[in-house]
Design a protein around this ligand. Structure first.
Ligand code: MG
Length: 295
């Protein structure tokens, strides 16, 4: 049983508080540079050309490509600007034999597999120094939530917590608690926890529509959410993408708001809108009133 009346609002970082769509080009260019120079050792123009060819192929049929971890779908390629970049890099490295070999040499003792480790490495290395671009409402929303005695705001990130803390400091929120490195992408096929879907029965992987499934085998994220629930009345999760930060909470009965951005795919919007625990957020500025309507 919850031990207090506190409501924890878990706010995703990249793309929710920040304008990911304005940063992705620079992230891609930095990642292409790192690959060319330090990992693949092939000319920059070649990697750039491969990247744009693979990206175009993926976006022509986004449901056929995904961010894959341990053989499972962590997120579909079109769910977020950074996810499209990560998927493009993974597919490029996986489908080009000389690239796969170079990555295997560079990451000989991987935590996941060499390509996953490589894409994680590129993400952490190349987002760390990106200039933070907070969405216009971020600071005001933070101030309003922080002023409410019955709410605690936490910032959720798969990035290392130090990047997030460093950037929050620039808008005056250095003290904000960061749930860093929560690994919403960490898929563990051997995890045996099952979930009950209102129409599809008991299981771990459910159908979203004809082209998409959702895989809930995310024990690290599950544990993080369960642990935050222990000393609160309820949680609310807010993010700009669905599969990684949103699907699991929704299935656990935790309200989830999906922020609508320039890259939000229609299939995510349809699914979240129709779900009893889901809701679309058309602008980050509206978050405080949407939370007030719930608690
Ligand atoms: Mg995000």
């Amino acid at each position: 049983m919850p031990s207090s009346g506190l409501v924890k609002v878990i706010l995703d970082y990249d793309g929710t508080l920040t304008a990911e769509e304005e940063q992705v080009e620079e992230l891609a260019e930095r990642s292409i540079g790192t690959l060319s120079r330090d990992i693949l050792k092939v000319p920059l123009s070649q990697v750039r050309e491969d990247y744009s060819r693979i990206r175009a192929k993926i976006m022509a049929e986004p449901h056929k490509h995904w961010w894959e971890v341990n053989g499972a779908i962590a997120a579909y390629s079109d769910e977020g600007a950074f996810i499209t970049n990560t998927t493009t890099i993974q597919v490029m490295l996986r489908t080009t034999p000389s690239y796969s070999e170079a990555v295997a040499r560079r990451f000989p003792e991987p935590e996941y597999d060499p390509i996953m480790d490589c894409s994680n490495y590129l993400f952490h290395k190349n987002t760390f120094d990106l200039e933070p671009r907070f969405r216009p409402a971020a600071k005001a929303v933070f101030s309003e939530l922080a002023a409410a005695a019955d709410l605690e705001t936490l910032v959720l990130s798969s990035s290392k917590g130090d990047k997030v803390r460093k950037n929050l400091r620039t808008i005056g929120f250095a003290e904000m608690r960061v749930l860093g490195d929560t690994r919403q992408y960490e898929m563990v096929p051997s995890w045996n926890k099952e979930f009950v879907h209102p129409r599809q029965g008991t299981g771990q992987i459910f159908q979203v529509d004809e082209q998409h499934t959702i895989d809930l085998r995310r024990p690290a994220y599950y544990k993080a959410l369960m642990s935050e629930m222990e000393d609160s009345a309820r949680l609310i999760v807010v993010a700009d993408t669905w599969s990684m930060p949103g699907a699991l909470p929704m299935m656990m009965g935790i309200p989830f708001f999906l922020l609508k951005t320039t890259y939000t795919p229609g299939w995510c919007e349809r699914h979240v809108s129709a779900h009893p625990y889901g809701g679309m957020l058309s602008d980050l500025a509206l978050l405080p009133e949407r939370i007030r309507a719930l608690v």
